[in-house]
Write a protein that binds this ligand. Structure first.
Ligand SMILES: [Zn+2]
Length: 440
């Protein structure tokens, strides 16, 4: 049945990609609110706060997170393995050093080693990044991301997936992106093939500082020029104009596609072509340094009075990252988008390792790529070389990989090309950009 549908689809050179998605995952605003309330109740979750106090501080919060994962695992017959990874970090924001611990829940897939990471940071802060005693509710930053990770685990653990999914509650973000470093290093040590690192940091608000409301849009930040590439790789990329098409950018475009394919979620994805917000950072950056496709989800508009602020009222104006400033139906939508994207990528085959293009001094372009195990089809993409988004695509059968495909009348100089791998049920990998030398 499904194969027939795919065969029928292959006959059509579809102008735009469409993901065969049926249901919108039901992320629950009330549940998300209860999770953030619980996180706020730990008083502060500053990385330098108590690791041992049973009620207040980062340690109590992490233990609670591990307990939530265990509860979710019980409901899926033990499908999650809860792990804690830790290391000691030292820096200007922890001069005497601190043990940073991440709490992970691992849902093993049939392709054990292909990993999708869904992350948020559990630590919080106030105005002074060294103040580890004052109340730091961190409701939106990043109670929202933490709650999203737990809710995504609850929803995605209802099904088995092809890729392994790692749900990650990170610490030490506000002190130096240490939890992000720890998870990236752990992935490398374990030899994970990271398909995607989805960092969710400040994802539960819709009010801007000036009162503007944005409740139908989420921003996704991705790098263009890759932090992980050496000079030779950078020069090769420069030579073909691939600055806008690294794996992180391709992942951001997959997020855009997931939004478009699931209109019921009601979120437009604004794919900002920067690694993060202007002069600011997040826990996906260390993953980018190691070459993993990583993106940051964050609200469509920020309220600077309600992040990293001491709780206070000045001239009738309230400051502080408190729960009353949040929008839980919105957080549920961002959660649903993460779930839809993770579900898609977890079911898709790996992206082609290499895509070659050929066509210098010719009217046509020939495109070929390395075969992918488990791919039932591939989608070739192209666009004019003065634009950023793919405008044309063609679904081609699995046996095209070896032979390649010639695009008649498409001039190699004037266009960019890429290829994704598609499963028998229509799920699609991120797009591999064409024309780079074979990956190491
Ligand atoms: Zn944050």
């Amino acid at each position: 049945m499904i194969r027939t549908a795919l065969a029928a689809a292959l006959l059509l050179a579809a102008p735009a990609p469409a993901l065969a998605k049926d249901d919108t995952p039901a992320a629950d605003p009330a549940r998300l609110k209860a999770l953030v309330e619980k996180l706020v109740a730990f008083g502060t979750r500053h990385t330098l706060s108590s690791a041992t106090d049973p009620k207040r501080g980062i340690g109590a919060a992490r233990n609670w997170g591990a307990g939530e994962f265990a509860r979710i695992s019980k409901a899926c017959g033990g499908c999650l393995t809860v792990e804690r990874i830790s290391d000691r970090f030292e820096g200007p924001r922890a001069p005497s050093g601190v043990v940073v611990e991440n709490v992970l829940a691992i849902q093993k897939g049939s392709d054990l080693n292909r990993v999708i990471i869904i992350a948020g940071h559990i630590d919080s802060r106030v105005t002074d990044p060294m103040d580890y005693t004052s109340d730091a509710p961190g409701a939106n930053d990043d109670g929202s991301g933490t709650a999203l990770v737990l809710e995504a685990a609850r929803l995605l653990s209802k099904d088995k997936h092809r890729a392994t999914i790692v749900y990650a509650l990170l610490s030490g973000e506000e002190q130096g992106l240490w939890g992000g470093k720890l998870i990236a290093r752990h992935a490398k040590d374990k030899g994970w093939q990271v398909v995607a690192m989805l960092n969710n940091d400040i994802v539960g608000g819709t009010h801007g500082t000036d009162g503007t409301i944005v409740d139908n849009r989420v921003r996704v930040f991705s790098e263009g020029i890759r932090a992980s590439e050496d000079l030779a790789a950078q020069l090769a990329r420069r030579g073909i104009g691939g600055e806008d098409d690294g794996p992180s950018r391709a992942l951001a475009k997959a997020a855009v596609r997931a939004g478009e394919a699931n209109p019921a979620i009601g979120l437009e994805v604004l794919a900002v072509r920067r690694p993060d917000r202007f002069r600011r950072g997040g826990d996906h950056l260390p993953s980018l340094e190691l070459g993993y496709p990583a993106i940051r989800f964050t609200v469509g508009i920020e309220d600077y009075d309600h992040q990293h602020q001491d709780l206070r009222t000045e001239n009738g104006r309230k400051y502080g990252d408190t729960i009353d400033e949040m929008d839980f139906p919105y957080l549920a939508r961002v959660t649903a988008l993460n779930v839809a994207l993770a579900r898609e990528l977890a079911a898709a085959p790996p992206a082609p390792a290499n895509v070659s293009i050929d066509g210098a001094v010719s009217s046509d372009t020939k495109i070929s790529w390395t075969q992918v195990d488990g791919a039932a089809a591939y989608r070739i993409y192209w666009r004019r070389a003065d634009g950023g988004d793919w405008t044309h695509s063609q679904l081609v059968p699995a046996d095209t990989a070896a032979a390649g495909r010639t695009l008649k009348g498409v001039i190699v100089d004037d266009n960019f090309f890429g290829v994704s791998a598609v499963s028998a049920t229509g799920e699609e990998s991120i797009v591999t950009f064409g024309g780079l030398p074979p990956a190491q």
